[in-house]
Design a protein around this ligand. Structure first.
Ligand code: ZN
Length: 251
């Protein structure tokens, strides 16, 4: 018998799955607003058209589904054979006719959703390895997909903004990004403050830090390297005309 609902009964995980599926539906909505000709247009990512974004999101779902299958079967199936293979796949996918690109997105998203739905409770804690070499429980695949679909929906550059992304997703993104900076020690002398929430990240022990602050969505947009609208900065890192410094690179 085919299960119609997620097999996991973990309410936290169910909530995360909802966030990933909402993000996928949001990406689908923005993609469906684009004509075939629109797909040739630039995305927010340098060197990538909307075709590249769409191909990447499709192949990303397949790659994450491989991790879920790995967790289910114990048979090691990495996301991609190599970083080069991943990039080649995206380049190839970007040349597909619009209908094929849309099918790639649709089918891969449904496939991943079914893999999640059918993953037995116990297998969600099985460890798998990401393309970056991190060992994570299968449950982490939900967040890996969530951040991809929400951010790349904005990258399609046809009207989605960080304000469309749910606050819990934004907060977790900001923790990921500032955590990556901390690991690489690229956050020295930099403090990030979210207005109205009291959330503070970065080099909080610095005596005279550059402080970048703004509403949550604007701060995450800045931290993800997607723009600096709505954020302000004080301190030594501020440019001559009060320019907000660029955020350290994230990925
Ligand atoms: Zn991506």
């Amino acid at each position: 018998m085919v299960a119609r609902t997620d097999r996991t009964t973990d309410t936290g995980l169910q909530e995360e799955l909802l966030q990933a599926r909402r993000g996928t539906a949001f990406f689908a909505r923005k993609l469906n607003e684009l004509t075939g000709a629109d797909l040739d247009g630039d995305s927010l990512l340098p060197g990538w058209t909307r075709r590249h974004i769409t191909a990447h999101i499709g192949y990303n779902a397949r790659a994450i589904a491989r991790l879920v299958e790995w967790a289910a079967t114990g048979v090691e199936t990495p996301m991609y054979p190599s970083p080069e293979a991943r990039n080649q796949e995206i380049s190839f996918g970007s040349t597909l006719p619009p209908i094929a690109l849309r099918n790639l997105f649709d089918h891969s998203a449904v496939h991943l959703s079914v893999e999640w739905r059918d993953l037995p409770e116990a297998a969600w804690s099985h460890e798998v390895r990401t393309a970056q070499g991190r060992t994570v429980p299968a449950s982490e695949t939900v967040w890996m997909r969530t951040r991809e679909v929400w951010i790349h929906a904005v990258d399609l550059d046809n009207g989605a903004t960080f304000n469309d992304i749910p606050a819990p997703v934004l907060e977790r993104l900001l923790k990921d990004i500032t955590g990556a900076w901390k690991t690489r020690r690229t956050d020295q002398g930099l403090v990030v403050k979210v207005a109205d929430s009291g959330l503070t990240f970065g080099d909080t022990t610095s005596a005279s830090p550059t402080v970048v602050s703004g509403p949550l969505a604007a701060i995450v947009e800045w931290a993800a390297g997607r723009g600096n609208g709505g954020v302000t900065a004080t301190g030594p890192g501020v440019g001559a005309n009060g320019t907000v410094p660029a955020a350290p690179t994230w990925i």
